[in-house]
Structure formats: structure tokens, C-alpha cells
Design a protein. Structure first.
Length: 256
């Protein structure tokens, strides 16, 4: 399915959509690199590019609007031409995908879509949706033209997660609270405040993880200074180890 031993990945990360899309794409990219497949990221702006740059992947910045990607088709075509690729494979991971985008892009590339959208994606060659409750009959109109990769077995987990030895315990002494890269509504502080009001929960140790695009809120700062059982951790690249050291994780609804 991959011609010229290269695959393009179209995705983004920013304060609005956080980093989930690009992080799971980086997991896929690293797996492809292990198979000696060249990966080129296509992103809207420099903020998104920094994630792929940090792992030394090739990045092409389209200078487009991440929320309105239809006009960028001409830039993508130019990128394909610069790499001398004809009908390349491109993995698209963005909620901004539209029917027109798929229609126009499919003229110059084979599109695989990673995500949960079921509309606006007619014409893609494959769909990857690792939602735990997804069913094939939700995609009846795509069969048999489109390959379906559905269910949690297709979740792009990093090796540090699927190789970790997580243990289920009968008691809880430490809880991890995290919200991904961002937390625009200060949800972590609200969850922590509620837990600390309960007699049993107030005696438990809490680790609050601050995402790469977040800062410690004033409320969380006050709580961490007041309660000795509350620790605030800055962004880490080893979340798997942090999770394995806790009994419960309260998290945003992401892959982790």
C-alpha cells in the first residue's frame, strides 16, 4: 500500500485542539520508521511543527488555518511534487476534514483517515477508529471500497505503554490527575477540590500532571502549598512510569 517507501501524515497541535492528534501520529511515525519507511509530517503552522521536529521527522509547514484546511490542497500538491511522489499515501488525522477536502485530495493521493468522524470522509481508502464502542455497521456505506480498522486493538500505543507492567490493586493510596496538554477550564483543580472534601479521599496522595501547553493555575498552586499530600508535576515524557506508580488515573478522554 505504501509507494516510494514514504508516507505523509497530516495533523496539527495547538492550544485549541491540544496535542492528542499529533502525539498518536508520532507513535505511528516511529513504528513506520522502524520498518524503514520515510515519514513526512504536513502541519498548519510552526507550533505543530515543533512536535515532529523534536523527534527529528521531516516536516512541511503549509501556513494554513488548522480549522479550515480546504484551501491548502494546492500546497499539499506542491509538497508531493517536491518529493516526486505520484499518488502517495497520506494519513489524515484532524476533525477539520471535509467532504470537499477528501474529494480534492483523493485526486492526487490515497487517503487514510484516523479519527471518529463518520461523515465528510467518503472517498478515503481506509478508516482507523480505535474507539472501544465502535461497530462495523456504523460504516456500512463505506464497505467494500474502504478498509476498516476498528476497535481498541488498533490504538497507536507507544512501547512504553504496552510494555509497562501495570498492576490492579485492591486499595487506593495514590491518584494521578491529568488532562492532556491543555486545561482551559482548570478541570484538574476542580476535581482535586472535590476529592479533598471527602474524608476518605482527603487522605490519599495526589499527583497532578501539568501538560506541555498548560501552566499551574492559581487555585492549584494554593492547594499544593496547603496540602502535603498534593504534588504537582511539570510535563513529562515518561507518563507510563508515572501512571504505573499510581493506583487510579483521572484523565481526559484520550488514548492514554
Amino acid at each position: 500500500m505504501i509507494m516510494n517507501n514514504r508516507i505523509f501524515i497530516r495533523t496539527d497541535a495547538n492550544q485549541k485542539i491540544a496535542s492528542g492528534h499529533i502525539m498518536r501520529c508520532l507513535t505511528i511515525a516511529n513504528a513506520l520508521k522502524e520498518e524503514n519507511i520515510d515519514v513526512v509530517f504536513l502541519v498548519s503552522d510552526e507550533a505543530s511543527a515543533s512536535y515532529a521536529d523534536s523527534e527529528e521527522f521531516k516536516v512541511e509547514v503549509l501556513n494554513s488555518d488548522w480549522s479550515n484546511i480546504d484551501p491548502e490542497i494546492s500546497q499539499i500538491k506542491a509538497v508531493f511534487e517536491s518529493y516526486e511522489c505520484k499518488n502517495p499515501l497520506i494519513l489524515v488525522d484532524t476533525y477539520s476534514i471535509t467532504s470537499n477536502y477528501v474529494h480534492e485530495l483523493s485526486k492526487i493521493a490515497r487517503i487514510w483517515y484516523l479519527g471518529i468522524k463518520k461523515d465528510s470522509i467518503d472517498g478515503v481508502k481506509a478508516i482507523i477508529n480505535y474507539d472501544i464502542a465502535v461497530h462495523a455497521d456504523q460504516y456500512n456505506r463505506f464497505i467494500p471500497e474502504t478498509h476498516l480498522y476498528l476497535g481498541p486493538k488498533y490504538a497507536p500505543l507507544r512501547p512504553d505503554f504496552y510494555k509497562s507492567n501495570f498492576q490492579l490493586k485492591n486499595s487506593v493510596s495514590r491518584i494521578l490527575i491529568m488532562s492532556g496538554a491543555t486545561d482551559p477550564f482548570d478541570t484538574k483543580t476542580k476535581i482535586l477540590q472535590r476529592c479533598l472534601k471527602e474524608e476518605y479521599l482527603s487522605r490519599i496522595e495526589y499527583i497532578v500532571l501539568i501538560g506541555k501547553m498548560s501552566k499551574i493555575s492559581p487555585g492549584l498552586s494554593v492547594i499544593s502549598k496547603k496540602f502535603s499530600n498534593v504534588a504537582v508535576e511539570e510535563s513529562t515524557d515518561d507518563i507510563a512510569s508515572l501512571m504505573s506508580g499510581c493506583d487510579i488515573a483521572i484523565s481526559a478522554c484520550g488514548t492514554t
